[in-house]
Structure formats: C-alpha cells, structure tokens
Ligand binder design. Structure first.
Ligand SMILES: Cc1cc2nc3c(=O)[nH]c(=O)nc-3n(C[C@H](O)[C@H](O)[C@H](O)COP(=O)(O)OP(=O)(O)OC[C@H]3O[C@@H](n4cnc5c(N)ncnc54)[C@H](O)[C@@H]3O)c2cc1C
Length: 395
C-alpha cells in the first residue's frame, strides 16, 4: 500500500482514502458472498481472505512504519473496515488484528513493541483475541474474578472468560485479570492488569478453550484458566493499571466497529434498492410503491448520518483530540442504522429474505451483534448521559 502520513493535507488524504477503498473493494470482490455463506454454513475460518488482507497491508494500517505497518490513521482504517463489510464479507473474523495491537503500541515496553509489532504487521503473529468478559460479571468489568498472582518470575492465572473471539485463530491474546483484590484497592478501576498470553503455549498447560455455538460465525469461546503461568515479562503496562490500558484502546475500537456498521448499512441499502427496482408484483416494480421506497430512503439517510459521526470521531482521534463522546455516539448511531437497514432489506425481499442464497439473513444476524458487543447500547447511553450531559452516574 502506498505510504501516507496522517498529517497529509485534507484533499490528499481524501484522495488517498478513495484509493484505499478501491483497492479493498477489488480484493473483496475475489471473495464473493457464496464464499462467506460457505464459511457461515461450515463455521469455517476465512484463512485465505485474512492472509490476503494482511499481505496487502490493510490490517496493519494503524501500525507505525518503524514497526512495519503503514502508519496511517483511524480514518483510513475505518475506510478499510467499511469496505470489507459493504462487500458482503464478515469483518468480525479479522477486525481485532487491526486494533488490539493499539494497547501494545501505547503501553508496551520498547522490547515488547520491537518483539511483537513487526510480526503483527506482517501477519506472522496474530494478536486478534481480547479476553475481558466473564460469565458472572458481564459488563461490570471492574468486578471480574479472574486473578493473576505473582509467583517468582511468573504470574499464575485462575478464572474463567466467556465470548472470547478468534482465540483459536490467534497466536496471542490480551488478557485482563485482577492482580489486587477489589476490596484492597482505593478505586475499583485499580488492581487490574493486562497480560500478553502466548495462546499456543498456554493451551493444554492451564488454559482450556471451548468453542461456543452461536448465532453468527464469530469463533467465540469460553476460556478456563487453571494455574496458567504467564512470564512476568508479558505484563503490558504497569501492574494494577490495566483498566486504563484497555480503556485507551476503546475509542479506536468503537470507531472501527461503527465503520463496519456503516458498511453493513450500505450493503443492505444497495441490496434493497436494487431488488425494489427489479422485483415486479402487480405488474410493476415493488419500489414504485412509497410503502417500499420510503423505508429504504430512510435507512439510507440514517446510514449517511451515522457515517458523518464516524468521520468526525476518526478525525478527532487522529488529531489526538478527545473523542470519547463522538466515538461512542458513532457506534450507537451506526449500529442502530445498520440494524434498521437490515430490517428494511429483509422486508423489501419478502419471503426471499429468508433464503440463505440471498445472503441477507446472514448479514442481518451479523450486524445485530453490534448493539450488544463490544459494548451494549445502554452502556453508551449511560456514558453520554454522565460524561457529556453531566447527569448522575446510574451504576
Ligand atoms: C459474538 C460475541 C463476541 C464477543 N467477543 C468478545 C471478545 O472477543 N472479548 C470479550 O472480552 N468479550 C466479547 N464479547 C462479550 C461482549 O463484550 C459482552 O457480551 C457485552 O459487553 C455485554 O456483556 P454481557 O453479555 O455480559 O451482558 P450483561 O452485562 O449481562 O448485560 C445484559 C443487558 O443488560 C444491560 N445492562 C447491564 N447493566 C446495565 C446498566 N447498569 N444499565 C443499563 N443496562 C444495563 C446491557 O446493556 C445488556 O443489554 C462478545 C460477545 C458476543 C456475543
């Protein structure tokens, strides 16, 4: 991929992003919707697709050039993810390779950055697994129960995680665990630490991985830790300050997920408007009826509005400015817009929407996730209420 700095002038940057979009579209066109349907049916992992996306440099856009990436911004990364989703692909199989490394980049030691980032950029190492959620504590992250206790040169991990995606297709996982009991800290956000886990070495040696059968092909698993030993050198950032390590990565993640939703939304609108023009019932295209065309036009309008918020959040992020509110609002607006567009696309296709060969039901299932994960809509609304509108904290 051509190199570009995020300080490039606005016009050059926009032109460069168009260039990136075109290249992603061309790559995705080789993996048609039947490919994704087959992955969904067989619970397969799109190894070839991910390898090609990596080799073309698209998953390393956020890694600085000194570590072998393209050194571009979240705006460019968002364009990549949007185009992947708009093509009909399922970006959830690989999006985390793009952003989980942000924690290593921002909080890793020089040794960790030199060891991992170039290999993540080249695809030699996959860091696309992120272990936070637990079955008994859910969204209440600071109450998580997995512990990591220091023992000589190691930490010893015990506990359980749930919904940890892509771990079977990752070499490394970032793990959030308690290193100090919550009742021994002054603030509940303290006493949590992040570790870089060598998944292949850990599995069978204190880490058990059990896939979860789920509604979408997201490769999510339950994890059981039983005295897993992690070298102390794999602590990322300071012990006890892991919550900040995780928080720092969230804005980029929110913007990229929102961009995926915009891509899904555009996919649904394209499909719905095309079908509305083609399908004839009562001797005329169904799209001639306002009852069919208005919901599609509304869905388009909502997706366009969400896209503006994604753009705003990404530009603020890249400029190093605060963007928590915009990143969260982008994710909320885009996940709701893509879901609305998916619903309209289903309705426009009538009974055929249910036929797998039309692909809509798969995308419909996939885009539903984003109102729940990586953070649910209610939690975003709480954030906006408390941090933007200064209302009392609700939980
Ligand atoms: C397919 C999939 C992939 C995932 N991948 C990963 C992954 O790779 N790594 C990872 O760590 N996690 C992952 N997750 C977990 C995901 O982040 C959580 O499911 C999500 O954060 C919600 O947590 P929960 O499921 O425990 O819901 P809960 O916390 O039990 O919440 C249930 C509902 O109650 C609402 N709620 C809870 N508390 C409040 C409150 N105080 N006010 C208002 N509403 C509230 C929530 O909004 C939600 O709608 C994944 C989940 C799925 C389904």
């Amino acid at each position: 991929m051509a190199e570009q700095s995020v300080t490039t002038t606005g016009e050059d940057r926009d032109a460069q992003i168009e260039h990136i979009r075109l290249a992603v579209r061309q790559l995705c066109a080789k993996y048609g919707e039947d490919y994704w349907l087959e992955m969904d049916r067989t619970h397969g992992y799109p190894t070839e697709f991910v390898a090609e996306l990596t080799d073309a440099g698209f998953l390393g856009v956020l890694i600085p050039e000194q570590y072998g990436g393209s050194g571009l911004g979240v705006l460019e990364a968002a364009a990549v993810m949007e185009e992947v989703c708009r093509s009909g692909a399922h970006a959830g199989v690989c999006h985390a390779q793009m952003y989980v490394m942000g924690s290593v980049l921002r909080h890793g030691s020089d040794a960790q950055k030199t060891e991992y980032l170039p290999k993540i950029a080249s695809g030699e190492l996959r860091l696309q697994s992120f272990g936070v959620t637990e079955p008994t504590t859910g969204t209440d992250t600071t109450s998580l129960k997995t512990t990591a206790r220091r023992d000589g040169d190691d930490y010893v991990v015990n506990g359980q995680k749930v919904w940890i995606s892509r771990i079977q297709h990752s070499d490394l996982m970032l793990l959030l665990a308690r290193t100090t009991d919550k009742d021994k800290t002054t603030k509940k956000t303290e006493g949590l630490s992040v570790f870089i886990v060598d998944v292949k070495a850990a599995e069978g040696n204190g880490l058990e991985i059990r896939p979860i059968e789920s509604m979408i092909n997201h490769h999510s698993c339950e994890l059981f830790f039983d005295d897993l030993r992690i070298p102390a050198a794999n602590l990322l950032g300071e012990e006890g300050k892991g919550f900040k390590v995780i928080l720092d990565g969230m804005n980029a993640e929110r913007v990229l997920i929102a961009a995926e939703c915009v891509g899904d939304g555009r996919y649904f609108v394209d499909k719905a408007s095309a079908y509305a023009g083609e399908r004839e019932v009562f001797n005329r295209p169904i799209g001639q009826n306002q009852g069919v065309q208005f919901p599609i036009a509304r869905a388009y309008t909502q997706v366009e509005a969400a896209s503006l918020m994604v753009d705003k959040a990404a530009r603020l992020f890249d400029a190093g400015l605060p963007c928590g509110a915009e990143a969260n609002m982008a994710k909320l607006l885009a996940s709701e817009a893509s879901w609305q567009a998916g619903d309209v696309c289903m309705q426009t296709h009538g009974g055929f929407a249910f036929a797998k060969e039309y692909h809509i039901e798969r995308k419909f299932r996939e885009t539903r996730l984003y109102q729940i994960a990586p953070i649910s809509t209610n939690l975003i609304l709480s954030f906006v209420a408390e941090h933007v509108l200064n209302m009392p904290r609700s939980y």
